[in-house]
Design a protein around this ligand. Structure first.
Ligand SMILES: [Zn+2]
Length: 438
């Protein structure tokens, strides 16, 4: 006979099983489409659909580059009718995305269970770590490596989470003649694959240092979870959540959240949405959100020596630079040259079946966008500022887009680090050359 304790255990197991099922219910029947456009007119038409139907554009379609769009059961007919009318070709990538969500959850949970015990201190790259785990890890790093790691708090998120970041420096940031490199991830909540890349950078700069010059010559600022509220929400409730968790924007909180990557003071409000319900809602004003103010404030003392700023997103295998209005920064050529060097470093070690990285001005490569963090950094004084779009993964499991397959986590982190290193070295060399010329 089963004991009361066992009944209780079974009951709890059943509850958690149904909680998992219920969690992804919202996405039941959502279909992920692959959209192929013939020309710019078709591309614009598809992108305009985003303003008329509440579709979720994962990647924008361009001639020669298919787009991915997630559409709910309710909106499918209207969406497909519009595509037919415009003669736009499409195919189905994932019929019911809920099944992929359940698969992702299962695979990540299994990977977390099976992971090998690490022989060294640090977080593994088998799974995607939650806010609390990362937060505790950063604290631990500060305690274990006090001679060159400082863990600091940038401030609180909308919901009051402490946003920590690391300052890694052999001179405690006291040497003004050293270049500063800033790395950040998870400005967009659902882009989970970006977190391991900043954690990997931390590992290679603090725990497993194999390239001493990177630590000796550069001061690093690394913020792994810029948007912790949105990130946690994407774990607990809505997997494809992109914005922060600002409430009170509309009476009754009908729609929640500001797109933090449209909230920086860079051509604010000119190519973003003023619709609170939109995924690219820019907020009531530039820097209206604590999460964006945090970035501005922690960089303020170091702007004059900010040699490189990189905001890591997913997905699309791209390295983008400003500006989001189509104008090139005065150092556009250098931005391109260093961008290509970073892309080449990644391409050299990427999996053969993955596309090469594409480098360019964001409007030329993707779309117009205002209020972006890397545009702001470039305008505010960073020598070089970029947005990375990490690759998506579509292996045996079929997990795609923002969905993470554990098989790809370490590779994504490792190859991104190759690009970041190449960029940091070039930025540092240019910085020291400038100092020598003064
Ligand atoms: Zn993003």
């Amino acid at each position: 006979m089963l004991s009361t304790k066992m009944y209780k255990t079974i009951f709890i197991l059943c509850l958690s099983f149904f909680a998992v099922l219920a969690k992804h219910e919202f996405y039941d029947g959502h279909t992920l489409y692959n959209i192929v456009v013939k020309d710019v007119q078709q591309a614009e038409l598809v992108n305009e659909l985003g303003y008329q139907i509440p579709i979720d554009i994962w990647t924008y379609a361009k001639p020669g580059q298919p787009g991915q769009i997630l559409v709910s059961k309710e909106d499918k007919q209207q969406f497909l009718d519009a595509l037919h009318d415009a003669g736009v070709a499409y195919s189905i990538l994932t019929e019911n995305i809920r099944e992929s969500l359940e698969l992702e959850e299962e695979r990540l949970a299994a990977a977390a269970k099976q992971k090998n015990e690490r022989s060294t201190f640090g977080l593994d790259f088998e799974t995607i770590h939650r806010y609390e785990v990362v937060d505790a890890y950063l604290e631990e790093l500060g305690t274990r490596f006090p001679h060159y790691v400082r863990v600091e708090s940038a401030g609180r998120s909308v919901q009051g989470r402490d946003i920590k970041y690391l300052k890694i420096s052999t001179s405690h940031f006291q040497n003004d003649t050293k270049p500063v490199v800033m790395l950040q991830s998870l400005l967009h909540a659902r882009e989970w694959i970006t977190l391991p890349s900043t954690l990997y950078a931390i590992e290679k700069l603090v725990i497993d240092v194999t390239e001493r010059d990177l630590v000796d010559n550069i001061d690093w600022i690394i913020m792994p979870i810029v948007n912790p509220d949105g990130y946690e929400w994407s774990h607990t409730d809505t997997r494809f959540w992109r914005k922060n968790r600002r409430v009170g924007l509309l009476p009754g909180d009908t729609c929640v959240g500001v797109d933090l990557n449209r909230n920086f003071d860079a051509f604010w409000g000119t190519a973003s949405s003023s619709n609170v319900c939109s995924d690219t809602y820019h907020g009531p004003s530039a820097f209206s959100e604590p999460e964006t103010i945090n970035i501005r404030e922690i960089l303020r003392p170091y702007m004059s020596r900010l040699a490189l700023y990189i905001d890591i997103h997913s997905h699309g295998s791209m390295i983008l630079y400003g500006f989001g209005n189509g104008q090139l920064p005065p150092n556009g050529l250098i931005l391109h040259v260093v961008g290509v060097a970073m892309a080449q470093a990644i391409d050299e070690v990427k999996w053969a079946e993955k596309p090469n990285y594409v480098v360019g001005n964001i409007v030329a490569i993707l779309y117009r966008a205002s209020g972006g963090s890397s545009d702001w950094a470039q305008l505010a004084g960073a020598s070089l500022a970029y947005t990375y779009e990490l690759p998506s993964y579509r292996g045996q499991s079929g997990l795609n887009g923002f969905l993470v397959d554990p098989d790809f986590i370490e590779q994504a982190a490792y190859e991104t680090w190759e690009g970041l290193k190449a960029g940091a070295r070039q930025a540092a060399t240019a910085f020291y050359r400038q100092i020598a010329e003064k």
